[in-house]
Ligand binder design. Structure first.
Ligand SMILES: O=C(O)CCC(=O)C(=O)O
Ligand SMILES: [Fe+2]
Length: 165
């Protein structure tokens, strides 16, 4: 488990680095991210979702496994067993079921609205239980959360969030 969490943390860092490089942000953000990750909190959570109850199945209904929400942390990496269930809401409000291939990961992040932190939920169908593992990174407590000025553009991407600690 330890080596798995270390690898996932490494993946998490790599993804954040790729996002920052993708936006052509100055290198100091990458160093700060590393600092944030090493001193911040990482929640590593194993989740189990029961298959829909017989009662519910008789009515042909799916069962809500996890209510709709957006993640409030910096970046989430999720993976699951072979039972699908994760759904995301499109910007137009439609729910779509993600077909996550075997051994694949889903990533959810935030960034002054450039990357959309999608509303998501888990809906259970069928007879098998679903297991998922999530790695949720959070900044260290005293960190000032601030949109990099490089990501703010008065016309196309106005500042959405004031700095906070
Ligand atoms: O189990 C999943 O696939 C989703 C879990 C999730 O969205 C969460 O814990 O925030
Ligand atoms: Fe979530």
């Amino acid at each position: 488990m330890n080596s798995m969490s270390a690898k996932l943390l490494e993946l998490n860092y790599m993804i954040l680095k790729m996002i920052q490089e993708g936006y052509d942000l100055p290198k100091h953000y990458i160093t700060e991210t590393e600092d944030m990750l090493t001193k911040g909190t990482v929640h590593f959570r194993l989740m189990k979702y029961k298959a829909p109850s017989n009662e519910n199945k008789k009515e042909g209904g799916d069962e809500n496994g996890l209510v709709a929400h957006t993640d409030k942390n910096t970046l989430t990496i999720l993976f699951q067993n072979d039972v699908q269930g994760l759904e995301v809401q499109t910007k137009s409000g439609k729910w779509i079921q993600l077909e996550i291939p075997h051994n694949a990961y889903v990533v959810i992040a935030w960034s002054n609205g450039r990357l959309h932190a999608a509303n998501h939920r888990v809906t259970m169908k069928g007879d098998k239980e679903r297991y998922s593992v999530g790695v949720f990174t959070m900044p260290k407590d005293e960190a000032k959360i601030e949109v990099p000025p490089e990501l703010v553009d008065a016309n196309t991407h106005p500042l959405r969030y004031k700095p906070f600690t």
